[in-house]
Design a protein around this ligand. Sequence first.
Ligand code: C2O
Ligand code: CU
Length: 439
Amino acid sequence: SMAEGPMDFGGGPELVHDPLRDKSLAMLTGPRDREPDRKFLLTAEKKTIELRPGQPFEAWTYNGQVPGPELRIKQGELVEITLVNQDIEDGATIHWHGLDVPNAEDGVAGATQEAVMPGDKHVYRFIAEQAGTFWYHSHQHSQEAVKKGLFGSLIVEPADSENKGAEEEITVMTHVWDGIGLAIGDRDGVQRKQVVPGTPVRIRLINTQDWLRQDYTLTGTPFRVAAIDGTDLNEPQELENVRIELTTGGRMDLTFLMPDTPVFLSVGSSDKLGILLSRDGTGGIPDLPVTTAFNPIDYGKPADTAITASSDFDREFEMILDNKLAFYNGQFGSLYTINGEVFPNTPMFMVREGDLVKTTIVNRGAVDHPMHLHGHHMLVLSRNGEPSTGSPWYSDTLDVQPGEIYEVGFVADNPGLWMDHCHNLTHAAVGMSMHLMYE
Ligand code: C2O
Ligand code: CU
């Protein structure tokens, strides 16, 4: 059993499956028979960065910058991204977090491809079907690669966006760097930005941290939560004095009309880290309000969905999340379990294409588990017995806090072998990972 001897979990969960062992998975690619609409080149390379003067950090980067370059594409476009690994000895991949791409383009080393080793390259191709806020990151030893900087934002603009008028868009990626603390993107402290009053503003929050649920407060204007995990909410109401809590890997879009007076997005509940927007980029930081946490369960207005709580489900699964103490790698530590097992002994959920699937996720442990399902979006049906009564709330990275129970549903419409794991990537590396597999 797990507790009897040292185990090597150093490779993370990704290296267990023989890549492409099932030849049919290799067929599940994006279109390769025509020219792409857009091409990108991302080079994985080591680079010393300085978030604060005098505090160098050995980062792993895409194109020598952290975060990597923001990839902006239009919904419906065929995109081609070439990954070159310059000098990451561990190997690298690119996973398109939250974007439901064909299986062979999903970028999971050991499941959908082999890790790209130094000197090698790999070409991804997919049509961006969903518009919204996503991100990309390496999925080879991801608990280390993401921490060190192999990530960037991925924004898919709606196909009709040229008719939408000028919006000011601000992407905010928050990340904890080894020994350096929290930073927004590549900088630390308060950043300032000029925004003309009357401009519609969209802030795209992306939390790339390995373990920390991040709070944000928007002060100086009422706002709406327009999207969660890359999916628009239906008729979101205006909010004020509400705190956004974003799980690791999660995204939320906040929208508002720029007022005449300054607006401050604070990261954490501090006036020392955030972004100040004002007419001329100057101005004092408004006092931070007392807030309550944003709760999506009854926010926005209901709308039709392909699946509902009363659907006739073809499969029902249960995921019990927990942890146990064990002796491994020469010391006692926690292993993180799904249904009592650690990867690769965790269950594999088998589905058929077209199935309506319901999963009940229960956290019996003492810490948050942001559960991330690849290739599909989960519709939240209920949380702690309370049915979802607002806008359809789709998630790809669902923060399941201690004691919580979620019921989620999804349509099995993307064949392949998919990861389902905790996006506290350290938990994923020591057990809390599993696969969803199409028969
Ligand atoms: Cu963002 Cu399996 O990862
Ligand atoms: Cu976890």
